[in-house]
Design a protein around this ligand. Sequence first.
Ligand code: EPU
Length: 423
Amino acid sequence: MKNSFVIQGLAGKKELTGEIQVGGAKNAVLKMLAASLLFEDTVTLSNVPGISDVEKMNNLLTDLGATIEKNGEQLSITTADCHTTIVNTTIAQSMRASVVLIGPMLGRFGKVTFPHPGGDVIGARPIDLFINAFEKMGATIAHNEDVYEITTINGLHGADIFLDIRSVGVTETVMLGAVLAEGTTVIRNAATEPEIEDVAKYLVSCGAKITGAGTSTIEIEGGSLLKANGKVYDTIPDRIETGSFMILGALASKKLTITNCRAENVRALISLFEKAGVSMDVKEDNITIYGGDTYKAVNVRTDTYPGFATDLQAPMTVFLTQAEGESTVFETLFEGRLHYTDDLAKMGADITMYDPHRVMIRGPKSLVGRELEGPDIRAGLAFVFAAILAEGESVINNIDHIDRGYENIEERLTSIGVTIKRV
Ligand code: EPU
């Protein structure tokens, strides 16, 4: 039996108040877990969010032979005994981030077998760029219906790789693979997300030779297994949670302070909020939002970092249902990531879909509670926000999607005044 959230809406009243703390970044910690395969000793990660995607990645690593010890929000991973080169099909098919394992596995074992990775249904999500990059690094790829088998003769070698798309996953996977490759790898048109820079910084502190992570050209000089020597990786705050809570603050609070965040990583949202007329007090590691009576319509275009994050697109669309005038949302990264807007329309939002990448929203419109199916992690949270805003009760089903990325979300929301129950 799957869990649901039952939420009593505030009917547009701005009643939430208090502080809400941001957890460690899911999309940094998942990559650090994969990177633990590059180490000869134990790697300890702190500020690890208690979310189901982390559990899945842990299960994938244990299946490969790793030992993982949990101590509160810390995880210690030892991969010294990993020898298997086959990634567990069932788990990998439920999580896109599993594909990042192929980098460190190829670097370390010269071989990997894995299924097409799963994850949210937010578009085609092909893996052609991973394949192209590893072919350039000397790998041979065989593919049958179910699995890909990538092999090398004597391990990966360095290469000059230009990414046709600034893919986050490809940048990280190739960067991790190159740490144990022979020679120098250059990744051009690399993704510049802060999680990439942060993971690289830690790897460098443990002996990796990586320069330029966080910029569009990354250079990696291959070497031998890394040594943590007891150094702890402290996961950076999740910028998607940060931005989501800012949006919730604008929608439903008198005054909401988001703590343990990094304001520099949500500049695109801060800039749009300034245009929309949201009152904010932005400090380096905490942001206070004062809910206002009216907001102005703004146009949103998702982009790679530092542009507006696609993972904030769904909650931002909920915000725009309350802004005065016509706003457009242009989702440039994924073609299947606007379908949830049908459900917002059923709650009373005025949304027109032009094509799979673009919607127009006319606001402000009052929303009415209803039963919804959470379609993916980010749209799932957007539905929670819409339910908080709406009049009456909403039931959100399929919340295992939400549990993939947000730790104890109902407890944190309850503490700021939301009436939410898990049933
Ligand atoms: N792409 C290809 N070929 C490839 C790889 C990617 O065409 O071989 C395309 C994708 O289909 C997409 C575009 O490149 O259209 C960008 O995708 P990217 O590879 O950058 O995304 P990702 O690495 O799969 C990560 C996050 C996503 C986030 C995107 C964009 C993780 C685990 N996932 O995905 O996060 O939306 O970057 O920022 O880091 C989420 O957390 O909810 C989530 C979906």
